[in-house]
Design a protein. Structure first.
Length: 332
């Protein structure tokens, strides 16, 4: 019995010694960076519901922390589990483990990555920013309508829909404002609209507003880059000949459920291009550079009709009879 008690005593002493030896080294990890002095920016995403262990493993795999175990021990010992945020964060190999933990767990601090996807609307952006905890619902949309921005490509009282250029933007969550982000997006659009593109638009007899409007439809209608200029050419051809554009995406822009019923198709809305000749009142999305380029430099063809099947393939037709046959084959 005494021998067993002595063994237990020695085991306890050994554990205390090991703990005292290990503790300083573990704490030292908090001040260590994978690559001290690095200014590289890395977008790191945490999905909702991720555990500290999962996050730590992903951080180590991405070479953003020196030790996944030290990350977990710090989070657990400082009771930060409930403070871990989800979203897309801007980190760097030059950040210490402590700095990484601070960004990921402290509400309202640290640089975040906001990605506006090609084809998103201003409402889509508002939803994403709300989910990121940066705004109250509707604040971004309200600023897009009410805030004042002075750019040559914007007409007086023109909607900003179509001009908020899709891209990844690095924003400081502590100083975020919708107005600053919108200004960054408009500056980005301005930088993408080169002098050569402006000359081409003027040579075509069109306006920037018309081009952005058509590009917003092309963005929502077609998925593959090879088809973008062909579809742009078809839309321009219909527009120039005073045809109904007949684009369902323009009416979908006004719907919340992304579905069109027979009643919707009969709706007397200015966005119903089946019933109204010409362009919709505003762009219906914010197009990316490929769609803008395709709209400025469209491809001429003999086609007047097109449809996109469930796999994203585009099928063209020269006549309405051919188009109806395509509908029967690819949509029904």
């Amino acid at each position: 019995m005494e021998k067993r008690l002595l063994q237990l005593l020695f085991l306890c002493i050994a554990l205390v010694v090991i703990w005292n030896v290990w503790e300083p080294f573990w704490r030292q990890d908090l001040n260590e960076a994978v690559e001290s002095g690095s200014t590289e920016k890395v977008v790191f995403e945490i999905e909702k519901g991720s555990t500290a262990e999962h996050i730590a493993d992903d951080l180590e795999d991405a070479d953003l922390i020196v030790s996944n175990k030290s990350f977990v021990r710090t989070v657990k010992s400082e009771e930060l589990d409930g403070s871990l945020r989800y979203g897309r964060f801007v980190l760097s190999p030059g950040m210490t483990l402590r700095e990484v933990i601070t960004v990921l767990t402290t509400e309202g601090t640290g640089e975040l990555a906001f990605t506006a996807i090609e084809g998103w609307t201003i409402a889509d952006m508002d939803t994403e920013l709300t989910e990121m905890g940066l705004i109250g619902a509707g604040a971004f949309e309200e600023c897009a309508k009410e805030c004042t921005f002075d750019y040559d490509f914007l007409g007086k009282d023109e909607s900003l829909e179509g001009y908020l250029f899709p891209d990844t933007y690095f924003i400081d969550s502590a100083t975020f404002s919708s107005e600053n982000l919108i200004n960054m997006m408009l500056q980005n659009f301005d930088s993408k609209l080169t002098d050569e593109m402006t000359v081409a638009i003027e040579a075509s007899g069109r306006t920037v507003s018309e081009v952005v409007n058509v590009a917003s439809m092309v963005e929502r209608e077609v998925r593959t880059e090879d088809d973008l200029p062909i579809v742009a050419g078809i839309i321009w051809k219909r527009y120039d000949n005073d045809w109904y554009l007949g684009i369902d995406a323009t009416l979908l822009y006004t719907q919340d459920d992304n579905e069109l019923s027979a009643e919707d198709l009969a709706e007397d809305s200015p966005y119903n291009t089946r019933l109204n000749i010409g362009l919709p009142p505003t762009p219906i999305s914010n197009p990316g550079l490929a769609s803008l380029m395709a709209t400025i430099y469209p491809e001429e063809s003999d086609y007047y009709y097109y449809l996109t099947d469930s796999k994203g393939n585009v099928h063209y037709a020269k006549t309405n009879a051919e188009h109806e046959a395509n509908k029967a084959e690819y949509l029904n």
